[in-house]
Design a protein around this ligand. Structure first.
Ligand code: E4P
Length: 217
């Protein structure tokens, strides 16, 4: 499972890249606004920090302008993935990018029917929003499994990118259910390393080791 960071905070990103476990980055208009920086500048900096895919989202609502925006975003760097909303126009733009060999991430997916259309439009990635579905009273992770079934039934190669991930348990469940990738806010990425028994066990080992008076180096 590929792990992406869902952030425009380049300092945090640069630090987490050092783990060697960050496979890519996703952004959205809200995260660009949060950065307080020009979009092209932030995306270029992120693309310099990670070799993997970096999603940059078009903001037009009509296909023709989305295609123009997407082409401009794709020109920023070779690893830019054009992110498009799961709307009728978004999927028209998605098909145009697929024909041109430009990678796409179809975002704001909340149903199997929408995911089916994204795959038929040639999306490279589809982003089901797990956390926002949970907020809405549904089981967001279950959607990941349902999309996996449909994509496998028909041999679609669109990758399932679990988005709006809020907890380490979301990541684990999405992995069990067959997500190809997940995009995580930095705090969730950090949480993946953690287990209270790891901390407790390490504390006991180090305490016992100290009693031996030995050093390894
Ligand atoms: C990433 O592609 C999505 O835009 C992001 O995961 C949405 O997360 P949120 O629901 O926490 O805003």
């Amino acid at each position: 499972m590929q792990l992406f960071l869902d952030t425009t905070d380049t300092a945090v990103l640069a630090d987490l890249v050092k783990t060697g476990l960050v496979d890519g980055v996703t952004t959205n208009p809200t995260l660009i606004a949060k950065s307080g920086r020009p979009m092209a500048e932030v995306i270029a900096e992120i693309c310099g920090l990670v070799e993997g895919p970096v999603s940059a989202e078009a903001v037009a609502t009509d296909a023709e302008t989305m295609i123009k925006e997407g082409r401009k975003l794709a020109d920023i760097a070779g690893n830019v993935v054009v992110k498009l909303p799961l709307t009728r126009d978004g999927l028209i733009a998605c098909a145009a990018f697929a024909a041109d060999g430009i990678a796409t991430n179809v975002t704001l997916c909340f149903s199997v029917a929408q995911a089916l259309l994204a795959a038929k439009a040639g999306a490279t990635y589809v982003s089901p929003f797990v956390g926002r579905l949970d907020d809405h009273g549904a089981d967001g992770c279950a959607l990941i499994g349902d999309i996996r079934t449909v994509y496998d039934n028909y041999g679609f190669d669109t990758e399932i990118l679990a988005a709006s991930v809020r907890t380490a348990d979301h990541v684990a469940r999405c992995a069990e259910l067959g997500a190809d990738c997940a995009t995580l806010p930095p705090n969730v990425f950090e949480a993946l390393f953690k287990h209270p028994l790891t901390d407790k066990g390490l504390e006991a080992f180090l305490s016992d080791w100290a009693k031996t008076g030995q050093t390894i180096l």
